[in-house]
Design a protein around this ligand. Sequence first.
Ligand code: NAP
Length: 336
Amino acid sequence: MTLKLGVIGAGAIGQDHIRRCMQTLSGGRITAVNDINSETAASAVRKYAVDATVVLDPHTLIRSNDVDAVIVTSWGPSHEEFVLSAIETGKFVFCEKPLATTADACRRIVDAEMKHGQRLVQVGFMRPYDPGYRALKAVVDSGKIGDPLMLHCAHRNPRVGKYYTTDMAITDTLIHELHVLRWLLSDDYISAQVIYPRKTSQALAHLRDPQIALLETAKGTRIDVEIFVNCQYGYDIQCEIVGELGIARLPEPSAVPLRSQAARSEAILTDWKERFIGAYDIEMQDFIDGVREGKLRGPHAWSGYCAAVAADACVAAQTSGAVVPIDLPAQPAFYA
Ligand code: NAP
């Protein structure tokens, strides 16, 4: 049976997921699309899913008999409403990161899912599906570099629009690292601080950019993450782990080394869609396969909640400048 998928939010990543479900992946097809702007939904349907229906009300889409599972790709503050509605209807739901914009909202999703009694939610944290991150984790888990002592990471985007605010550096950007580093280290955060270097002249007046998040884990590992969203030169994700016995780095995406015009060069990607295209494909295929088998394996709502707890602490640290403690409750057996 081909899975019937309904998408809420047909912007950048919504359209990209519609395209991959229709053109790259197997086992699912897009049957319904909603967007707050119906023309945006209609345009996505015309481009990638001509047989799908534009549904004007997102809750009608969730309840529709023509939708077996829901993909939520609207903007962050709307995620909680749609994920809760999918759980209430008993349908599987893939929700782009962040699961919700606050830890309290994520907790309500966790509670609703546990009350339902079966895992229904997969969060769109795709980095654990990335071959580079998987190879890095294999090295850490092998013990080859000993215990991780320090991590130096960077999350750089060429530029952001005027909608992007200082707290979004945490809730929309750093949230990827908050999730993937916890997974990479098999460790929990215990504190966060945010400091601001000299501001770039390339950022709009309202935005503090760059920022550095400093995290400490329960095992004592110290992590610094540079968040620089107007770096101009490319979309660049870096992660270096300094261990007791050696250093391991996230592999660079492959690029052709070029010798031309008396220079050696290698292109740097500028688009996040390209940087993690393989990871997005694998995560969405895993969601489709998981739904068809009735058992999700991808990032769960609890991991979305944990990332949000750490994000809340980082947002508090942005304004206070203080070291903010992070206190995570024990993981419920439901998510083991
Ligand atoms: P986007 O281009 O702005 O697309 C979001 C779309 O959802 C827009 O068309 C927006 O309409 C629509 N929308 C907003 N509120 C809605 C609502 N209540 N009901 C229905 N539609 C609504 O943003 P995006 O870059 O695709 O990001 C969407 C989500 O995906 C965000 O949570 C973002 O963090 C996440 N994301 C994840 C990754 C990743 O690497 N995993 C990458 C990119 C984005 P308007 O434009 O009219 O508001």
